[in-house]
Unconditional design. Structure first.
Lengths: 383, 264
């Protein structure tokens, strides 16, 4: 058994950590406060190469392995969840489906811009009436001559309404299967297509520096060729995409937990009460020990799932476990960390306050914790 | 323009430094190692000169195998090739011996300008750059914040801060320049750069290959002997100056600085 990372992976971690400390940490609080997406850091992240990490060079990607992508996401999440969300959604949900299921023409048209970070792409699965029950998609696409005519709406779609968003992949009902269930297919819709509107959502408690939007399709017409892969494969494609996406949410949980832990350790060395640094009180030291322990376990399960994926082995169960466990570990670490900060942890001047809010999304997005337990229970034959 | 950058690997400043039981060295097992920050300025300056004049950047490191990670990082930033001087006899060498080994490694490759950091953030000696220039018989300019190579590539003009003033020095090339903070803002090793660096040449050289005599290196050959290492004293608690008005606080502060701290 070999638990070591390759030299390239170590260099990558150092680079991304330096970048995150210097370029992201300084703006994260302000972006959160203003509930705004930063185009400046987006451009810097693109220049560093944080988009298209697992895409081959032919389409402008970095041709790295999935572990490298997860390392990068973890390191960004260690300083800010919103920026990590832009990267995780940009890669797993925006670039992923195009790269894995797109035709040569679709890939050449969209991937180079997305991999350079000049543009972003949304992944439209969730609808007002189809959340955990994603199969209940209502958005309909009807073939009319050489065009799909799309009607319906999507909600909570990341990266879909920025100034640089070039389009979205939407799961649509394209007919009825022989067994009577809806036929679902993915269709690519470019920004600027008449009848398609993306409207930014405001008032979020978390991920306030990440762009979230509602999509509206009103007799929106796109060419027949905008179908992604074969007709009727939409649900399967979305589920495949989420398997990979869950690893990046896991990375956000792990990185976020690590950030919470480091803040807690530093603060509890500095804060003196009753004449001693508060880390000397055993009840606090044990909290730190628990955090370190759980982070170590989270790291093991996440990187094992990535290793399975990189080695072409089944990883659906491990991805669900990693996503679930890493988000819950960040939940506990954020909670302990705020507790150790006392009243100061409740103030915006301390980053841990933002981590505490940001954490909650991880137990809800890309399949709630209940849905992960459902997936795991099915895969172990319990239900 | 052929540019050489010498780099050292040092403990990450975030690392917790613990003294070894011998009281003369530090425990190295648990440390995270990074490129000496001053050497990063050297790498960046070398890349900028290459971008302007063309040519190539060679990075020379020295020490155990782990140093290759720092050399690869420089390659990922954009340097062209790397050399690692690695020999068991190196362990425990002082700054002069280090400079001697570096001189042996660079003397056979063409160079116009050589960069080192102005000092390593671990031992803080600031000797290797000047000593290297001495061994090579070329001029050196140390603690430099601005480097301007002449159009014809034959000389260099450098700025060195001295007591709030700037000293401008000109020298013919080849020469050694030791980099100070402020020289530039080093670029990141980009992700595509990391992938490209995998394929760049990195040569490993032993003392035998460099024609060096092992007896002139290591603990036994040190000119600089470490007698004892002690951790810095714990910082004393601060003092809050009390008073009813800003004026009275300022007055009290001035009194304390004058009478207690005796700094004014
Ligand atoms: C900031 C943000 C960004 C997002 N980005 C995207 C994106 O880019 N693309 C996208 O498509 N979606 C995105 N989402 C949507 C997200 O994936 C959904 O919110 C999530 O899947 C849950 O759906 P829901 O909100 O409709 O909750 P519901 O499905 O209504 O769930 C409500 C509660 O019921 C529970 N529940 C539901 N079904 C069951 C069951 N069978 N058994 C037990 N419990 C159950 C859930 O676990 C949850 O606790 C994003 C959401 C947010 C908040």
């Amino acid at each position: 058994m070999d638990f070591s990372f390759s030299m390239e992976q170590e260099i990558l971690r150092n680079t991304v950590r330096q970048f995150a400390e210097k370029e992201i940490k300084s703006v994260a609080r302000e972006m959160d406060e203003r509930e705004e997406f930063s185009y400046e850091t987006m451009q810097k992240m693109g220049e560093l190469g944080l988009f298209g990490m697992f895409v081959s060079e032919t389409y402008g990607g970095q041709a790295m392995d999935y572990i490298s992508y997860i390392i990068a996401t973890e390191e960004i999440a260690r300083v800010d969840q919103s920026h990590a969300a832009t990267i995780a959604a940009g890669n797993s949900l925006g670039i992923g489906p195009l790269y894995y299921f797109g035709s040569e023409e679709q890939k050449r048209a969209h991937l180079p811009g997305l991999c350079s970070g000049e543009s972003l792409w949304g992944f439209g699965l969730t609808e007002p009436n189809a959340g955990s029950d994603a199969g209940n998609t209502q958005t309909a696409a009807v073939l009319d001559g050489d065009e799909w005519v799309i009607n319906g709406s999507k909600i909570f779609i990341t990266n879909a309404a920025t100034k640089i968003t070039s389009g979205v992949t939407a799961l649509c009902r394209t007919g009825t299967r022989q067994d009577g269930r809806p036929e679902l297919s993915c269709i690519l819709i470019e920004r600027g297509t008449p009848g398609f509107d993306a409207v930014e959502m405001h008032g979020k408690m978390m991920w306030r520096g990440s762009n979230t939007s509602q999509l509206y399709f009103d007799d929106c017409r796109v060419p027949k060729e905008n179908l992604l892969g074969p007709r009727g494969h939409g649900f399967y494609q979305m589920m495949q995409t989420l398997d990979g996406g869950r690893l990046s949410i896991g990375a956000m949980g792990l990185g976020g937990a690590q950030g919470c832990f480091e803040m807690a350790l530093k603060y509890s060395h500095e804060r003196v009460q009753f004449g001693k640094a508060i880390s000397n009180f055993q009840v606090n030291a044990f909290k730190l020990a628990d955090m370190a322990l759980e982070i170590e376990c989270a790291r093991l399960i996440l990187y094992k799932a990535c290793w399975l994926r990189d080695n072409n082995k089944p990883f659906t169960k491990e991805a669900a476990m990693a996503k679930l466990y890493c988000s819950e570990v960040m939940y506990r670490c954020a909670n302990h960390s705020v507790q150790l900060h006392g009243g100061y942890g409740l103030m915006k001047e301390y980053d841990v306050e933002r981590f505490y809010r940001d954490q909650k999304l991880l137990e809800i997005g890309e399949g709630t914790s209940e849905v992960q337990r459902l997936v795991i229970s099915r895969l172990i034959g319990a239900a | 323009m052929n540019i050489i950058v010498c780099l050292k690997q040092v403990p990450d400043t975030e690392s917790q430094i613990k003294l070894a039981p011998d009281g003369k060295s530090i425990l190295k097992e648990d440390l995270k190692w990074v490129m000496n920050p001053y050497d990063e300025f050297g790498v960046e300056e070398a890349l900028r000169i290459k971008e302007k004049f063309g040519g190539s950047v060679t990075v020379v490191g020295l020490g155990p195998k782990r140093v290759t990670e720092s050399i690869r990082t420089a390659l990922a930033m954009g340097a062209d090739k790397g050399i690692l001087i690695s020999d068991p006899a190196l362990e425990g060498s002082d700054a002069l011996a280090t400079a001697k080994a570096l001189a042996a490694a660079v003397k056979d490759i063409p160079y116009d300008i050589i960069f080192t950091g102005q000092r390593g953030v671990d031992d803080d000696n600031g000797i290797v750059g000047p000593a290297l220039a001495e061994y090579l018989g070329i001029p050196h300019m140390s603690i430099i914040v601005k480097v301007e190579v002449s159009q014809d590539g034959k000389s260099v003009k450098c700025n060195k801060p001295v007591e709030g003033q700037t000293l401008v020095i000109e020298s013919p090339l080849p020469a050694v320049v030791t980099a100070q903070k402020g020289l530039n803002e080093p670029r990141y090793a980009s992700l595509p750069g990391i992938m490209k660096a995998k394929k760049k040449p990195l040569e490993e050289k032993t003392f035998a290959a460099l024609g060096l005599n092992p007896s002139e290196f290591g603990e036994g050959a040190r000119n600089l002997k470490v007698i004892e290492l002690t951790p810095p004293p714990a910082r004393k608690a601060g003092k809050i100056v009390s008073g009813d008005t800003p004026e009275s606080k300022a007055k009290e502060l001035a009194r304390l600085l004058h009478e207690e701290a005796k700094v004014i």
